[in-house]
Design a protein around this ligand. Structure first.
Ligand SMILES: CCCCC/C=C/C(=O)SCCNC(=O)CCNC(=O)[C@H](O)C(C)(C)COP(=O)(O)OP(=O)(O)OC[C@H]1O[C@@H](n2cnc3c(N)ncnc32)[C@H](O)[C@@H]1OP(=O)(O)O
Length: 364
């Protein structure tokens, strides 16, 4: 969003929430209380909570800040929140020439480790104990990291996972965090999040390489069809169990997979949930090359470092010319897939599958 005259959209608001987490300097308690109050007003409306006791100092300060906003409309609170965050982020940037992410510490992200060296920005999924399952926060952080990497001075960007998995896909506990509008609102918000997330892959301007260090499930597989090269350890597997989960394909895979591997192989993966080995995925064109697990990291990074020395503008322009004809089509497919999924998430088939996983009755 640019300019104060424009009204902040839900997307601006969500971006602002993520920017707050990335502030390099603590804005101080007064500003934090203001942010809290505006957030609550924007999401829940006027304060109707009972006033905390005098000894409950922290909650009383929060309550006071929220209550002070009176009947400020939700939209205005959202706008004020976005503007306040915008003023904080610009104040913490010494110059507009600073590349986003260039001086960001790895710890700026909670669910990722992002590093930049040898011309390569590496975005590593960093929830190894949860098999790098992607939470709502992690979707937002990946989007931020991709946007920053797209503008930084690295030549190529790499997605990879920490631990034994590349990623087990969507974190199924995302479904349990229901907003006031219940499952319908949740499904709508998730469809918006998914659309924006996938758009970041479609629009990514420089070579985007997946270094698949272990098994990949669901959305971490479908997004491979939007990457420019995929290197996998022979330990990796590729699994899109959408029917088992009462869901349908996303990440433009309903288009990219039949195109990459032919319709019948795509059917086995996307409809019947067939899990592919790395070598099978390579034979079908989803994976570029497979390496023995014992030498995977060494071989892949040696190669990537050499690629990253190539002239970056030439690589960017070549990607643009290879991909630009498809961009509009991919965006439209993304929207269509999200609309279908929004309905699927409300189906008994999907809700039962998620409940079965969460109650430990089912694993893939
Ligand atoms: C908003 C956008 C939506 C986009 C739509 C996306 C769709 C998809 O991505 S569909 C795919 C969803 N993923 C799954 O269904 C995978 C579910 N996980 C499993 O089946 C298994 O965990 C496993 C096969 C991936 C690994 O099994 P195992 O080696 O036995 O390890 P654990 O199950 O013990 O896992 C360790 C730990 O991690 C938690 N976990 C793993 N994956 C997920 C996940 N996707 N969602 C939530 N939690 C996950 C697992 O529950 C364990 O947690 P603790 O018990 O607390 O240790």
């Amino acid at each position: 969003m640019s300019g104060t005259a424009m009204r902040a959209s839900q997307k601006d608001f969500e971006n602002a929430m993520n920017q707050v987490k990335l502030l390099k300097k603590d804005p101080g308690n007064e500003v934090k209380l203001k942010l809290y109050a505006l957030y609550k007003q924007a999401t829940e409306g006027s304060c109707t909570m009972p006033k905390p006791g005098v000894f409950d100092l922290v909650n009383k300060a929060k309550w006071d800040a929220w209550n002070a906003l009176g009947s400020l409309p939700k939209e205005t609170a959202r706008q004020n929140y976005v503007e306040l965050v915008s003023s904080l982020t610009s104040a913490s940037q010494p110059s507009s020439q600073v590349e986003p992410g260039a001086d960001r510490k790895p710890s700026a992200y909670e669910t990722l480790e992002v590093t930049s060296e040898d011309g390569i920005t590496k975005i590593m999924f960093n929830r190894p104990t949860k098999k790098n399952a992607i939470t709502t926060q992690m979707y937002h952080e990946i989007m931020l990291a991709l946007k920053a990497a797209g503008k930084d001075d690295s030549s190529v960007t790499v997605l990879t996972g920490n631990g034994d998995y590349y990623s087990s896909g969507n974190d199924l506990t995302n479904f349990t965090d229901l907003p006031p509008g219940g499952p319908e609102e949740k499904a709508k918000n998730s469809a918006i999040l998914l659309r924006d997330f996938i758009d970041c892959f479609i629009d990514f301007p420089k070579p985007l390489i997946a270094v698949v260090n272990g098994p990949a499930v669901g959305i971490s597989v479908t997004t491979l069809g939007l990457c420019d090269a995929v290197y996998a350890t022979d330990r990796a597997t590729f699994h899109t169990p959408f029917s088992h989960l009462g869901q349908s394909p996303e990440g433009c895979s309903s288009y990219t997979f039949p195109k990459i591997m032919g319709p019948s192989k795509a059917t086995e993966m996307l409809i019947f949930g067939k899990k592919l080995t790395a070598r099978e995925a390579c034979a079908q064109g989803l994976v570029t090359e497979v390496f023995p697990d014992s030498t995977f990291q060494k071989e892949v990074w040696t190669r990537l470092k050499a690629y990253a020395k190539l002239p970056p503008n030439a690589m960017r322009i070549s990607k643009e010319i290879m991909r630009s004809r498809e961009k509009e089509k991919l965006r439209a497919i993304n929207v269509e897939e999200c609309n279908v999924l929004q309905e699927r998430w409300l189906s008994d088939e999907c809700m039962n599958a998620v409940m079965n996983f969460l109650s430990r009755k089912a694993k893939l």
